[in-house]
Ligand binder design. Structure first.
Ligand code: HEM
Length: 411
């Protein structure tokens, strides 16, 4: 550890409001640094973040010790125990070989074809949600559009009937603290555990339904994977459904909202996208890089490791700050400038290496369909005069609300 370690409060006001400026000094002067307040290493350079994501000494099995402790404690409530059992099966928390086994079985069900097929449906759903916005006054784009859209999309892909959608929103809200920062609040644990219990039972019912009558959806695909050679267990299928549901929802909602915010703050770029002067696919990559929904990912050291001139000890936690890597001037020209036609955009918004986001094609599809529909459908769209409130979390980046005004709706 260096003598004069600069301290950054990862959850401080500045780091929450503008992580790009807040992490810049660390990235240039102390790219691999111990943060005593959070008892973690903080890694900020693009090349280091990419290298760590490919290095299996940086383990993803970061919640196992915590879960084992909870499971070993006889006082742990059975519902909480069950919720942790589900998280234990999430591939994102596993190393090889169990990670790859789960990932390849899920990938079989979650094919590029199954994603591409959703294009028209995403457009239909976007238009439908847009038409329900009451644009006579200010409206919160997150509540009315960005949040429901990905929830409906992933629910439909899984094979969840429309009448159960609202319950899904409730469950994901409740389960969220279990996988984000709020791990120490007993009330939130209990609520998350109850939501997980309901979800497990629900997915159990759906599995039985699609076992009897297979359909063209993700759950049927997972059942097929489960029944082939290196089978998925029932618990793994349920856990994977919850991971897809959770992983695909808030992240994508934040991508849509952060993208709209970035565009509204850069009217020339907004106009270029609206007028078709830039390739939408390039634009989405730049929006992911510029202010993507994933601020950091967590790893834990599997063994003592020399990295970036520091000694990272076995068992120590590491934050790989994707947001800082995505604004690294070593890799991106004018990194703090939004340039929708940026080429060779090697951002790490979806991570990198073995755990690269499995839903990236779906997230890209949703943003590339939804954002242009919003720009065309909301003439004169602008930010309402309200302060922006960011979620007070370190790992992800999203607004609590995004209040807009428009001159009506053009569906
Ligand atoms: C813009 C939206 C999204 C962002 C920014 C995002 C970001 C990420 C990141 C950074 C990781 C790597 C985590 C790590 O290395 O520890 C990841 C993994 C994952 N994501 Fe996403 N994600 C998004 C949308 C989705 C969607 C739509 C789905 C599925 C419906 C999804 C499912 C997953 C899964 C299953 C993993 C685990 C992959 C593995 O461990 O092998 N994500 N995501």
């Amino acid at each position: 550890m260096t003598a004069a370690t600069p301290e950054i409060d990862l959850m401080g006001e500045e780091a929450i409001r503008d992580p790009y400026s807040a992490f810049a000094p660390l990235r240039s002067d102390n790219p691999v640094v111990w943060n005593p307040q959070y008892r973690s290493w903080v890694i900020t350079r693009h090349r280091d973040v990419s290298a760590a994501l490919r290095d299996d000494r940086f383990s993803s099995d970061r919640i196992a010790p915590f879960i084992e402790r909870k499971l070993a404690d006889p006082g742990t409530d059975p519902l909480i125990r069950q919720a942790f059992e589900v998280l234990r099966h999430w591939m994102v928390f596993q190393d090889e070989p169990s990670h790859m086994r789960l990932r390849s079985l899920v990938r079989k069900a979650f094919t590029p074809r199954s994603v591409q097929r959703m294009q028209e449906r995403v457009a239909e759903l976007s238009t439908d949600l847009l038409s329900k916005i009451s644009a006579d006054d200010e409206f919160d784009l997150i509540a009315e559009f960005a949040y429901p859209l990905p929830a409906i999309v992933i629910a439909e892909m899984l094979g969840v009937p429309p009448e159960d959608r609202d319950t899904f929103k409730h469950w994901t809200d409740e389960i969220a603290p279990l996988v984000s920062a709020g791990l120490d609040d007993p009330d939130r644990y209990a609520r998350a555990a109850a939501a997980m219990d309901a979800l497990i039972e629900y997915f159990g019912d759906l599995l039985r339904r699609y076992e009897a009558e297979p359909a063209d959806n993700l759950i049927s695909g997972l059942i097929e994977s489960r029944d082939e050679g290196d089978a998925l267990t029932q618990a793994e299928v349920v856990a994977t459904c919850t991971l897809l549901l959770f992983g695909g929802h808030e992240t994508t909602a934040n991508l849509i909202a952060n993208s709209m915010l970035a565009l509204l703050r850069h009217p020339d770029q907004l106009a270029a996208l609206r007028d078709g002067q830039v390739d939408t696919r390039l634009a989405v990559e730049e929006l992911l890089r510029f202010d993507g929904p994933g601020k950091a990912v967590v790893r834990v050291m599997r063994e003592d490791t020399e990295f970036g001139g520091q000694l990272l000890r076995k068992g120590q936690r590491v934050f790989l700050v994707l947001a800082a890597a995505n604004h690294d001037p070593e890799v991106f020209d004018d990194p703090d400038v939004l340039r929708l036609d940026r080429a060779n955009n090697t951002h790490v918004a979806f991570g990198f290496g073995a755990h690269t986001c499995l839903g990236s094609a779906l997230a890209r599809l949703e943003a590339s369909v939804a954002v242009p529909i919003l720009l065309t459908g909301l003439p004169g769209v602008r930010l309402a005069e309200r302060p922006l409130r960011w979620q007070q979390v370190f790992l992800t980046r999203g607004l609590q609300e995004l209040w807009l005004r428009a001159d009506g709706i053009t569906p």
